[in-house]
Design a protein around this ligand. Sequence first.
Ligand code: GTP
Ligand code: ZN
Length: 361
Amino acid sequence: MCPDHSKITTDANNQPASKPMTLAQLGWRPFFGQQITLEQWDFPALRVVAQHRNRLELLGELGPVDLELTPNMPAITVGDWLQLSPEGRFEALLERQSLFRRKAAGSKVAEQLIAANVDTLFIVMSLNDDFNLSRVERYLSLANEADAEPVIVLTKADLCADPDAMKRQVQGLDPLLMVETINGLDAAQIDKLLPWCGSGQTVAFMGSSGVGKSTLVNTLLGGAVQETGGIREDDSKGRHTTTGRSLHPMAQGGLLLDTPGMRELQLADCDEGVNATFADITALAGQCRFGDCQHGNEPGCAVQAAIDSGELEPRRLTSFQKLMREQALNSATLAQKRAKDKAFQKHINATQSQARRFKKG
Ligand SMILES: Nc1nc2c(ncn2[C@@H]2O[C@H](COP(=O)(O)OP(=O)(O)OP(=O)(O)O)[C@@H](O)[C@H]2O)c(=O)[nH]1
Ligand SMILES: [Zn+2]
């Protein structure tokens, strides 16, 4: 769902942000400041701009800092805000404003963090074969679950006879939803996305393969190279190194989060996100006669009544029920898989320690 690095073919800025930036430019908000304790008042705050296996790249007002990962640290992901002691030791992880994670019901330990403190999720869908309202609803559920603001970006407007009609269909899902149509091949049209890409804002992309995410990302980052030229460092082979989980500066001043994990993000343990996406149905369900109404043939079903009166599209109920089933099924499958992996690891550990004991005689 996120751009594939191999597809970033232009001379885009593939380096994580590394130039000193003010906290505001890095995305600092009063929400983070309010969490700082009196004892840690003076400790610098830094943002995680890249994540590697054993270390994190942080960026603060004084520039980049490398931090070794140690077992006593909590789970940290790209986009997080940390506080370090004056000696440079890890002190605190600040509560996140938004968080994308791969979840499985009942296995909090094993959950995988994908990205934190993303302000805007660009949900990209093309105006040709990929166009599908239920798919928009699936991505909206992920954005709502993560607490990121969704913006729907309908690409390939140049290949569509009536982009405005398609836009109206998406807008019909929610009158407050941000929806833009764009021809990604025309770099000037990137202007439509710039209101969300300014200084201090963090954005990420999601969408099916081939819809034009890399094209948009390249335009947003390509500009940054011209604007801020010289902030990249080439590796020994003259290539620009990429990390795979990092925040990149955009020409407009904002940060673009690039992580392959967003691509595989499935609906799992996401009932809050699905409910938020279908707030109309959730509100109606509250008026059904039975608390556990499945909105089928039950008497006194307010959802069916809304469908009968034309107030609610039947497609929307079908999509809601499908996504609810999907998220429950996925989280159960993930939980099962993790239990299996854990049992397998236990078996390996037992075998290894047995082998060691045997060697020792
Ligand atoms: N006509 C037209 N073609 C576009 C537009 N946006 C992207 N394309 C083309 O669509 C193809 C796929 O675009 P990408 O940007 O690679 O799509 P992607 O979403 O990054 O795909 P993955 O990397 O597989 O996830 C490329 O050939 C682009 O040139 C658009 O707005 N109009
Ligand atoms: Zn009902």
